[in-house]
Ligand binder design. Structure first.
Ligand SMILES: Nc1nc2c(ncn2[C@@H]2O[C@H](COP(=O)(O)OP(=O)(O)OP(=O)(O)O)[C@@H](O)[C@H]2O)c(=O)[nH]1
Ligand SMILES: [Mg+2]
Length: 306
């Protein structure tokens, strides 16, 4: 059969050395997975909050280094509850484990090794995936009495500490990961950063702002549905989104007196969205009671949490 590539596309020596593959970022909620993803990309792709269970779906972020392409898969923190949203999140983790070439098991060094880490470690061993144990937040003080590195980590391919805040250990980690990736040409075009559409990322930034502004009041029960994303005017992108809450009482809190809270959420989200789309954004945000979103798998998938 004829070679589909033109002579100019013949593999060069550089191609023969190039590595590319899928790298899973796994761990308990709040371990620092999304922060490390953003640090590796040098861009804010995944939302980050101080609250656990911020990430709700697998997000691919493409990290390029000389001679290598790391296809980083950020995942929701694994946890125990049987609620539908949580089982959907855990399904996303399972899928990432089976599809990755190398796994990074991120452990907040202050919390140490527990049941969640054990479950992930065992699942990776069973799937036969190389696993690095990555101690996160190396810039923060350890708690006394927490064992680090954990005994179990001796069975990992590598144990190392990083700080996504200061960058400590991050490039060493990259080098070690690259060595375990298969030899392969790049799998994505140069200008692609993620597999997620801008409208999804914009919705995530609204959710991040809502989680921050609403504090303890509605930490987890919100979702964002982007209903319009109009890029037809190059000078101004118009976005319409619904902040979904489960009950009327939550709606009152999210709207705030005279709409003050929903305006604050929108103002907080907008600069990040403008950085993402590279221009001005007009954001219209509404709060909507939708008790069903938490209960229907189809609905969760429709919101991008599948
Ligand atoms: N000081 C410090 N804080 C960090 C570091 N990495 C993450 N954090 C903080 O830890 C918190 C959780 O970070 P995330 O990146 O959202 O954690 P995650 O593992 O993605 O959490 P989920 O999406 O909920 O599973 C945030 O407040 C981050 O700012 C770090 O290297 N140093
Ligand atoms: Mg996250």
């Amino acid at each position: 059969m004829a070679d589909p590539r033109s002579p100019g596309d013949r593999p060069t020596e550089a191609d023969a050395e190039h590595r590319a593959g899928f790298v899973a970022l796994l761990g308990a909620p709040n371990a620092g997975k999304s922060t490390l993803l953003n640090c590796l990309l040098g861009e804010k792709l995944a939302i980050v909050t101080a609250k656990p269970q911020t990430t709700r779906s697998r997000i691919l972020g493409i990290c390029r280094r000389e001679g290598a392409e790391l296809l980083l898969l950020d995942t929701p923190g694994l946890h125990d509850s049987e609620k539908l949203l949580n089982t959907t999140l855990n399904d996303a983790v399972e899928e990432v484990i089976s599809g990755c070439d190398v796994a990074l098991l991120l452990v907040d060094r202050r919390d140490g090794w527990g049941e969640i880490q054990e479950r992930l470690f065992a699942a990776l061993a069973e799937a036969g995936k190389p696993c690095f144990v990555v101690g996160t937040k190396a810039d923060l003080k350890r708690k006394p009495g927490v064992e680090w590195p954990p005994l179990r980590a001796a069975e990992a391919e590598l144990v190392l500490d990083v700080s996504a805040q200061t960058g400590e250990g991050v490039e060493t980690l990259v080098q070690q990961v690259v060595e375990r990736l298969p030899v392969s040409p790049p799998l994505y075009p140069d200008d692609v950063l993620t597999d997620r559409p801008l409208r999804f990322l914009a919705g995530e930034l609204v959710r991040e702002a809502a989680m921050e502004c609403l504090g303890q009041e509605l930490p987890y029960q919100t979702a964002v549905e982007v209903t319009a994303f109009d890029e037809s005017r190059p000078e101004l992108t118009t976005i319409r989104a619904n902040l979904l809450v489960a009950r009327d009482s939550q709606k009152r809190i999210a709207v705030g007196r005279g709409g003050e809270m929903v305006r604050r959420i929108g103002s907080r989200a907008r600069p990040g969205i403008e950085a993402l789309v590279g221009g001005k954004v007009h954001l219209e945000l509404f709060v909507k009671v939708d008790p069903k979103w938490l209960k229907s798998r189809k609905r969760l998938e429709g919101l991008g949490y599948g």
